[in-house]
Design a binder for this molecule. Structure first.
Ligand code: 4NP
Length: 148
């Protein structure tokens, strides 16, 4: 596996966390794997991640503040070896857009659960759980695919 893209809806809450966590692990392990993230929606193109994602990442030693939201493109489906959706609705959107073989992040050790969308949470509560879930799944994903 040489490249991976995480895809959620807005690319401001969940997939930026997955990107930041994966990049940190890859850097620590001195691996050469391209990582990116994108959203299926276009509402937040150019925006930084949401404040609570920046905060929970920062608390865990991951800086995602410089990321900018972008919309997923058909070129991404060619460029990236692994396309990872964060919930069932992301998976359905990816399929509609023509992505083949996309995998759900929760299938890496989380019983294929959806990573809940914290955009609709009330405040910071719940972001810790989302972070924990994404981190655990990203670690497992990298373990499984690093030598592919
Ligand atoms: P994300 O969360 O998919 O985790 O980035 C969302 C961010 C924005 C919106 C929906 C979900 N929105 O509707 O603008």
């Amino acid at each position: 596996m040489k490249s991976i893209i995480f895809v959620c809806l807005g690319n401001i809450c969940r997939s930026p966390l997955a990107e930041g966590i994966a990049k940190k692990i890859i850097q620590e392990k001195q691996l050469s794997i391209l990582v990116d993230s994108a959203g299926t929606g276009d509402w937040h193109i150019g925006d930084a991640p949401c404040d609570n994602s920046i905060k929970v990442a920062f608390t865990n030693g991951v800086d995602i503040s410089m990321q900018q939201s972008r919309q997923v493109t058909k070129e991404d489906f060619i460029k990236y070896d692994l396309i990872i959706g964060l919930d069932d609705s992301n998976m359905a959107n990816l399929k509609k857009l023509g992505a083949k073989g996309a995998l759900k992040l929760g299938s890496f050790g989380y019983n294929s659960e959806d990573v809940p969308d914290p955009y609709f949470f009330d405040g910071f509560e719940g972001f810790d759980k989302v972070y924990e879930m994404i981190e655990s799944c990203v670690i497992q994903l990298l373990k499984e695919h690093i030598n592919d």
